[in-house]
Design a protein around this ligand. Structure first.
Ligand code: PMP
Length: 353
């Protein structure tokens, strides 16, 4: 047997997640991964690299619990929210038997994680306004153990109606876990479902330091849920999911001054987003600018593939969403610095319609 044939069938067929980094490009304006545009400085304080780290570093857990207004028992820290996505499938889905469900267009790792683990995934396309098709979900729920709802949604940028989430949570009580992916919640904190944890034992919330905390390179994310869920996830997580330097920096980022600095960054991005939206609305090749509650803007563009390529060749790297259901002609633009926005505005304005 060839090495290829030795691999699991689902892995042979797997199309890996096309992360912004994997897609490459030679740019000087990187607006394709919803990162914060500037690096924040940190000093390492922990020097005990001869020892294994704590599995769940106490300072990180306590600081995040304080920030999120939950108890430390309701927090799990992992290698990015991406690891949280995977842990939930590993803890709750029997391969070949249970399924996960999500509503495209949405974040791409839900399907990739399910496929890698060998768990079936089902999709119920979002409605025309990208809200949940609750009837469609109800009709597809048989055998579903985990439902991912990204709010605000990547890449469309809107918040999922809280009333619909209530209906979903009632519909799934005792049957499935509902995961609210709040990777971008710092840009619209009032929309968080964290206050609902006491009402719903099957609600799980994913968070990250990769966006508003400006730490995508740190790889640090959080799962918030009731203790029973956290204890199950603790069984399947790796023994040392975070390195000592990661825990060190994460604890600093979640200190009181760290959180204040994050809130200032959020305000700066929201101001810049407003400016970018207004400019985009006056550019001929831009057909539609969708409202955003996040640090990115989805736009529908005339001849989007050619425009995407043209900007790419000028070193401006955006994210092409054209292949996602209902997003034909759509590009996603991360809100970066004032200078980066200007480069995008100038380049798009120069495109002929
Ligand atoms: N969920 C969503 C909706 C995201 O956009 C991302 C980042 N691409 C993640 C989760 C993963 O975040 P992390 O960097 O913490 O793994």
């Amino acid at each position: 047997m060839s090495i290829e044939e030795l691999a699991r069938a689902n892995v042979r067929e797997l199309v890996p997640y096309q992360s912004a980094r994997r897609l490459g490009g030679k740019g000087d304006v990187w607006l394709n991964a919803n990162e914060y545009p500037q690096a924040v400085e940190f000093q390492l304080t922990a020097q005990t690299l001869n020892r294994y780290p704590e599995c769940q570093p106490k300072a990180v857990i306590e600081n995040y619990a304080r920030y999120a207004s939950v108890t430390p028992q309701q927090v799990l820290v992992s290698r990015g929210a991406d690891e949280g996505i995977e842990l939930l499938i590993r803890a709750f889905c029997e391969p070949g038997q249970d399924a996960v469900l999500f509503c495209p267009p949405t974040y791409g790792m839900y399907s990739v994680s399910a496929e890698t683990i060998g768990v079936e995934y089902r999709t119920v396309p979002a409605l025309e306004d990208w809200q949940l098709d609750l009837q469609g979900i109800a009709d597809t729920l048989d055998g579903v153990k985990v439902i991912y709802v990204c709010s605000p949604n990547n890449p469309t940028g809107q918040i999922i109606n809280p009333q619909d989430l209530r209906v979903l949570l009632e519909m799934t009580r005792g049957k499935a876990i509902v995961v609210a992916d709040e990777a971008y919640i710092e840009f619209c904190p009032q929309a968080s479902l964290v206050g609902w944890l006491s009402e719903y034992p099957h609600l799980v919330i994913l968070r990250t330091l990769s966006k508003a905390f400006a730490l995508a390179g740190l790889r640090c994310g959080f799962t918030l849920a009731n203790e029973e869920v956290i204890n199950l996830l603790m069984k399947v997580i790796a023994p040392y999911p975070l390195s000592t330097p990661v825990a060190d920096i994460a604890a600093q980022a979640l200190s009181t001054p760290g959180i204040l600095a994050m809130r200032e960054r959020v305000q700066q991005i929201l101001d810049e987003r407003q400016r970018l939206v207004e400019a985009l609305q006056n550019i001929p090749c831009v057909e539609q600018v969708f409202p955003s509650e996040t640090n990115y803007i989805l736009v529908r563009i005339t001849a989007s593939s050619a425009v995407f390529k043209s900007l790419w060749d000028q070193g401006i790297i955006l994210r092409d969403q054209n292949k996602q259901p209902s997003l034909s002609g759509c590009l996603r633009i991360t809100v970066g610095t004032r200078e980066e926005s200007q480069r995008v505005i100038d380049a798009l304005s120069a495109e002929k319609v």
